[in-house]
Design a protein around this ligand. Structure first.
Ligand code: AMP
Length: 282
């Protein structure tokens, strides 16, 4: 595995590969890698000749300074894990090397950046778009892999690709979960024993919502159930619950059947903010 730290070095390395018509897959991450990240890398390795993984904790996407400072960083363990993951190139850029463009991208996001995560984390998606734009520009991959875990982010990245990088295929990857259903996340490392136990309830409650949807519950019934059940778990504090359209993320009408809508949640647990989602199948 090559470790490359500058854009210019990366460009030179990838140019040579492109001459040989290698298909390039790309997995952007913020490190503190877990099996969720590894599943994206495995998928890329299976579908491309070369897989580039980036690790960059992007300060621009943290609306909360404390969250940025406490974000887990473990580069030595990450490199060890990557050696066996199917990653060919690890790109480790510095802030000043990655943010070189003068003009920010002017994206039409159809309001996707203003609701849910966007509303509760002002500036977050602007930071995400800035960094993914810079990384796409540096890597110019054929395919880029994003987790469904960050569902709103995935929709926004699709808009970025449609408008600025139409040749990059965005590949959506399923959520990898812990045995008790908690969606894997780098932030889970910050959960203590009690908090970790409480966090396991999130997926249990979302799964119960799925059962309700199959039994023809309405959007309001599912949302109320999720809100009340999460409230009953000691140590959890719900920030939002959304039952919404899977493309626009606009709230679903309260009296409609919940089937076919997306359920999104953001929950605070022991000082750690966790997000999860579930597609309510019929
Ligand atoms: P992050 O390092 O948190 O920025 O995540 C990098 C990529 O990994 C993003 O596309 C995430 O959606 C994805 N990801 C994070 N956690 C998971 C998970 N549990 N399952 C699948 N993908 C994930």
């Amino acid at each position: 595995m090559e470790i490359i730290k500058t854009r210019s070095e990366l460009r030179k390395y990838l140019e040579n590969k492109r001459i040989n018509h290698s298909a390039i897959g790309f997995v952007p991450t913020m490190g503190a890698l877990h099996q969720g990240h590894i599943s994206l890398i495995s998928q890329s390795a299976a579908q491309n000749d070369l897989t580039v993984v980036s690790i960059f904790v992007n300060p621009r996407q943290f609306n909360d300074r404390n969250d940025f400072e406490k974000y887990p960083r473990n580069i030595d363990a990450d490199i060890k894990l990557l050696e066996y993951s199917g990653c060919n190139v690890l790109f480790l850029p510095e802030y000043n090397d990655i943010f070189t463009k003068d003009l920010p991208v002017a994206l039409d996001l159809d309001g996707l950046d203003a609701i849910w995560e966007g509303a509760f984390r002002p500036g977050h998606f602007k930071g995400v778009v800035d960094v993914v734009d810079a990384l796409f520009d540096a890597v110019q991959p054929h395919k880029a892999y994003f987790g469904r875990k960050d569902f709103q982010q995935l929709l926004i990245i699709r808009k970025l690709a449609e408008q600025y990088y139409p040749t990059i295929e965005i590949v959506e990857c399923k959520i990898v979960r812990e045995p008790d259903g908690l969606a894997m996340s780098s932030r889970n490392a910050r959960l203590d024993g009690e908090g970790r136990k409480a966090a396991g309830s999130i997926n249990r409650i979302l799964s119960e919502c799925q059962v309700m949807a199959v039994q023809h519950a309405t959007v309001k019934q599912v949302a109320d159930f999720a809100m009340n059940s999460l409230q009953l778990v000691p140590g959890l504090k719900t920030e939002y619950i959304a039952v919404c359209d899977k493309n626009t993320l606009f709230s679903a009408p309260a009296e409609k059947s919940a089937c076919g809508y997306m359920l999104l949640v953001a929950v605070w647990c022991a000082g750690v903010r966790l997000i999860d989602n579930f597609y309510l199948k019929g």
